[in-house]
Each structure stands twice: as C-alpha cells, then as structure tokens.
Design a protein around this ligand. Sequence first.
Ligand code: NAD
Ligand code: GLY
Length: 372
Amino acid sequence: MTVPLSHPTSSIVQIELDQRSYDIQIGVDLLGRTETYASLPKAATALIVSNETVAPLYEAALRNALQSHYKGVHLVVLPDGEAHKDWATLNLIFDALLSHGCDRKTVLFALGGGVVGDMTGFAAASFMRGVPFVQVPTTLLAQVDSSVGGKTAINHPLGKNMVGAFYQPQKVICDLSVLKTLPPRELSAGLAEIIKYGPIADMSFLQWIEHNLDALKACEPQALSMAVRRSCEIKAHVVAQDERDLGLRAILNFGHTFGHAIEAGLGYGVWLHGEAVGCGMVMAARLSAQLGWVEESFASRLVDLIERAGLPIQGPVLDAQDNSGRYLDLMRHDKKSVDGDIQFVLIDGPGKARVSAAPQAMVRAVIDRCCA
Ligand code: NAD
Ligand code: GLY
C-alpha cells in the first residue's frame, strides 16, 4: 500500500455486505449537518441513545440536524461506563422506544463510544425483531473498530459481550471534531486498536503510524482522518470476507486473548479495553517471536510504539502465587478457546496474522517476562 503524506479530511469507506452494505463517512463537523443524514431510511421517529457524559456535549447538535428528517426526535440517556453494559441498561432503551410509541421504522442513533454503540445495536437488532440504526461513534476506539462490522452485545456477569447479535448499521458517521473532548487516556486506548491493524495487515500503515503518532496524539484532523480511514478500510475488508467471525475475522482480536484476561482479572473498567489490548499485543508479539515467527526486533519495535502511544507495556500481576496460572485460567474462557485449548492471534511474519495454540511453558514464560 502507498500511504499518502497528507490526506483529505473527508472520505467514505464502503463496507460490502450485499443488501447489508453501508457507508462509513469520515470527516470534520459532520454530526450537526442535515445532509449527513439525507440518505437514511425515512421514518416518523428517531431515538437518540447516548450517555450522561456525551449527551450534554453533542445531543443538541445531532437533534437539530435530525429534526428536518423526522417528526419526532426522542432521547434516552444511559448511565456511563462498561459496568452498565447490561440487561438493566438495555431495558432503558426498550422503555424509551415503547413509551414514545416508536414503530418498526423508527431509526436508532447511537451517540457515544463502544459501550453505547454495542448496546444500541443490540436494542435495534431485537426491538420489534429489528429496526434500523446508525452509529455516530464519539471515541477514537469506536470510530476505528467497534462501530464498524455489526458486532453488538451486552455483558453477562460471567463473561464480556456474551449476549448479543450480528446486526449491521445503516451508516457509520465518524465526526473527527468530537474527538477534541476525549480524555487523553481514552485517546491512547483508541490508538491501541489503530496500531493493531499494522502488524496484522499493513506494514506501511504501521510505519505511517510511527511517523505520525505525535500528530495523532494532538488530534490533528488530517492525521486522524488518515488513521480512521485506513483502519476502517482494513476492518471493512476483513468483515466483508467473514461477517460472522467464523475464520479470518479472528485476526482483528490481536492482543485480545491476553487483554481480556487483564480486563477480567483486574475487574472490568480498572484498565480501559484499549489499554488491555495494547499490553496484550506486547505479550502476543513476544509470543510470536518466541515461536520464531517474527524477529525479536519486530516485537520490540511494536512494544516501543505501544509505549509511545501512552499505553501500558507491562501487564498487571493478577495472582502473587501463580500469576501465569491465573492468566491461563482466565484465557481458557476466551470465545476463541476450543475444548479448553487457548487460541492466540499471533504474528506470522510482519503484516500477517494467524490463530494458533502455543506451548503452555512458552506462554507462561512470556507472561512472566511481560508482567511487573
Ligand atoms: P466507552 O464507550 O466506555 O467510552 C469511553 C469513555 O469516553 C466513556 O466515559 C464515554 O462517556 C466517554 N466519551 C465518549 N465520547 C466522548 C467524547 N467525544 N468526549 C468526551 N468523552 C467521551 O468506551 P470505548 O473505548 O469507546 O468502547 C469500549 C467498548 O467497545 C467495550 O465495551 C468493548 O467491548 C466494545 N468494543 C466492541 C467492538 C465491536 O466490534 N462491537 C470492538 C471493540 C470494542
Ligand atoms: N473487534 C473485533 C471484531 O469486530 O471482530
């Protein structure tokens, strides 16, 4: 891939899924513009789903723009945080839909990060057996990953994202302007999911990120636009080949097997999802090097970038007596595990990933090396 040095701040990436195909629109100041919503299905009512942090910032602008397309524009404000990605909060969306007399044509708008997006998508998949929805992602992580590809879910006390559906949105609107209010820690969490696309699919993109990391951290629109567009292109390409996550799509989970263990072991929300994925990529890269699939220098290059992005590169100690044993126990619950065999997404040469088991002693050694 040839990566342009500068990139227009506005672009459209298409996700090709036959009748479920849709556009990801990327640009600045999109959210408050009436034209942004012109091509959406016609309906009498729209429901904006947001949370108590994002709604005060952006709901008024979205509502103003939607009012020329829908007679009734309603709002439901959810509590903020991963801890609320559950049945009780999901029910608040159904309560709002029913109390406002919404029907099968009502369009739902997910205005927020991945938590709001995943829950709104699941509500849309199940309300009256399916109504249209639009993703308006407001975190970097949601713009480059969670809003694209149709995975929707809530958490169960026994596991993350365990109850959900594949359900594609009508459109994804990535307004780069909203990222200005994102706390730096959340921005770094989003950078983890951007970095992920390099080692698994596109080494030129990895090099571009290395050169443009400071611009990304400063939220420069041209850099953000390029990073969001290339991330969405790679994800769209993978999802178009494996929408239901039966094979290839697993590569998008690079760093996630270790990362989910960190999130679950510490308790959800202690580390951000992107932070756990960043540290998980360190472990997965070191494991790939141990297996001889990449040079140790390649793993170190990735670790340097993850650190420069403001992400932790040392995993937490989850058990003082048997830390690697605790990680192994937690990783056995990963959705990719087969008959209790842990499957890792590993780098099989720069720019190429594959899913594989690994010798337990080697996994333990990598955990011991990477945990503080
Ligand atoms: P999040 O939704 O919790 O948002 C992070 C924080 O930023 C929240 O406090 C939110 O209120 C706040 N926020 C959002 N936009 C803001 C803005 N513009 N300005 C200021 N504050 C803002 O977290 P996230 O990182 O966006 O998403 C993580 C979730 O996404 C997890 O539940 C994860 O499982 C899910 N996820 C899903 C997929 C998928 O394919 N569906 C992929 C990756 C992650
Ligand atoms: N975030 C991983 C996936 O969408 O499959």
